[in-house]
Design a protein around this ligand. Sequence first.
Ligand SMILES: [Zn+2]
Length: 277
Amino acid sequence: MADQNAPGAIPVVTTPEYEAMVIAAHPDDAEFGAGATSALWAKQGKKIVWVVMTDGTEGSDIPSLVDKEFMLTREQEQRMSCELLGGQKVEFLRFPDGHLTNSEAARKAIVRLVRQYRPRVVITHDPSQLFLAPDPDEKPNDTGYYNHADHRATGTIVLDALYPGSGNPRSYRELLLEGLQPYRVHELYLFFSDKINTYIDVSETIDLKEKALQCHVTQFGPQSELAERLREWAAGTAKEAKEKKGLDMQYAEAFHRIKLFVPPQEESKIDLSEAQQ
Ligand SMILES: [Zn+2]
């Protein structure tokens, strides 16, 4: 680690302003992955900001739709959804849907937002998740699929933006001129992961997740039949939480959770309890 007392060194900010920044490739992705968790945290009075990486213009079967109009419609759906979930802000980065890459522009856009909002937690796609397919012998009639390239790109962009980008005083120095100091995110929550280690009890906000997804009329139609499927899925996750961690939940969302920074106070608390054992 660099010498933080060296002449000219500037401090890295570690005090959060927002509880969470939820970053997804397309409108509606993050509702599936973390909608009920973010609604729960919002209900607890915590501040949440949502970020959508792409313009969502490939999310339709109608080639004749006008890109700009369709983008604005989807953004409006996303705003309504986030309002229902209790989010404070939604940021649209409008990279072209279907063509997102881990570019300098994309990484810098995320560094800028992270330094601006200072979220304690960042929630996003697991970039390492490629195939999501059942065993064809066990479930011969089910199809598998693989993760959308924009989802994988989003996860990689976010990871690269958080480390070393956001928290490094010598990375993106031009942002210092905008008053955006280096900031260190405390935790990362990855959804749609096969390395789940964290279950969140979302029994009190599962209904908000359903309603939020129903805001995305361009995706699911006005009379969405999603509700039942969502509950089945969340109940299955809760069952897994019981089996793997002995947790009692009716409905759950699951994440691969990674701690990136432990504030010194928390560190000393942990040391104390360990010393007492
Ligand atoms: Zn998506």
